[in-house]
Design a protein around this ligand. Structure first.
Ligand SMILES: CC(C)(COP(=O)(O)OP(=O)(O)OC[C@H]1O[C@@H](n2cnc3c(N)ncnc32)[C@H](O)[C@@H]1OP(=O)(O)O)[C@@H](O)C(=O)NCCC(=O)NCCS
Length: 179
């Protein structure tokens, strides 16, 4: 990239999410297939999501958070999103987040996109560690993290109350090989 806000692989473009992208991303993300995998305790409405997204370019410029929209090069379709969240003040650590629309899954898109973003996080942001957390029932997400080389740290028991029950989370981490 990096200051253009664009990351590219052979098949994908990752573009830093701008306010204008909100109308595209909101209906794609606001579906149970995506929301059920998130920690959110209740569905957010349009305005609440807008509040989260609207400052993305500023947060990226400040090095606090980097949200990218994933576009397929072959047909320009939006496949999903990936982000580095909660970058700490010393820019040592950040959380990895991602989702792919159901119609584009199982084609290697999340793997490709996350690889690009991790490389960006280590080489451009200068992170020492990237971590991720997922519900213990989310097999695809755990498979993805393991394929990306993340180490399973352990289970956080009954960590999040969602859909009327306490649910376990699995914690993963990946160290910058240069650290
Ligand atoms: C998790 C998710 C992002 C994977 O996206 P994807 O583009 O389908 O993943 P990829 O095709 O790149 O697959 C990469 C690896 O993930 C694992 N994986 C993906 N889908 C899987 C599934 N349905 N079952 C088991 N493992 C799966 C596999 O290890 C796969 O490698 P392989 O193809 O060599 O077997 C997608 O299922 C999704 O958006 N889920 C809902 C949102 C979500 O769970 N976000 C994370 C919240 S913590």
């Amino acid at each position: 990239m990096a200051d253009s806000g664009i990351l590219e692989s052979r098949n994908l473009t990752l573009s830093l999410l701008s306010e204008n992208d909100f109308n595209i991303i909101f209906p794609l993300m606001n579906r149970p297939e995506i929301l059920d995998t998130m920690v959110l305790h209740y569905p957010l409405d349009r305005e609440e999501w807008y509040d989260i997204f609207k400052n993305n370019p500023e947060k990226a410029a400040q090095g606090k958070e980097f949200g990218f929209m994933i576009t397929l090069k072959k047909n320009k379709k939006i496949a999903g999103m990936c982000d580095l969240l909660d970058v700490n003040e010393k820019r040592e650590k950040a959380e990895l987040g991602y989702w792919i629309s159901p119609e584009f899954r199982k084609q290697g898109i999340a793997f490709d996109a996350c690889k690009l973003l991790i490389e960006y996080g280590f080489s451009h942001v200068g992170l020492h560690k990237i971590w991720a957390e997922t519900f213990s029932t989310n097999t695809p997400s755990q498979g993805l993290l393991e394929k990306l080389g993340f180490r399973k740290v352990g289970i956080l028991e009954k960590e999040v109350f969602k859909h009327g029950m306490w649910r376990d989370r699995v914690l993963y981490e990946l160290l910058n090989p240069e650290s």
